[in-house]
Design a protein. Sequence first.
Length: 162
Amino acid sequence: MDDYSMVKILFVCTGNICRSPSAEAVFRHIVANENLSDAIIADSVGLHGFHVGEPPDARAIAAASQRGYSMLGLRSRRIHPQDFDTFDFFLTMDIGHFEALHQICPRDQAAKIEMFLSAAPNCGATDVPDPFYGSMKEFERALDLIEIGANAWLERIKQSIF
């Protein structure tokens, strides 16, 4: 597959150390399991640069690892204006990210921004709650929703490109 037929997904949260790298890890895992890594690329960013260059939160890594997802090599980065030209979908973890991304997005790229859980309307949530100030229970709950959303997005993408 050439570069133009690839689907490029960018997961967006606040600091790129909990929710969005978890979504990237889960999504990459399920994409690889379907042998679609040559067709679908995933990355993640934060809206703020609080943690640039840092690995994901240790609790996010532990929760993901317990379910077989690797976050090895992931490092926080802040969204860059060039991302709006590179990626096909910007999937925000909550409504605050959705609104903030619209504030900085070029007008002609705004249709690329969607709520991450919009692909799973019956999951019982619209936002993936931020687990950062919580316990492992909150990281597990966030990961539950991320798995649901990631699988729903993969199905949606497969239906649109295959």
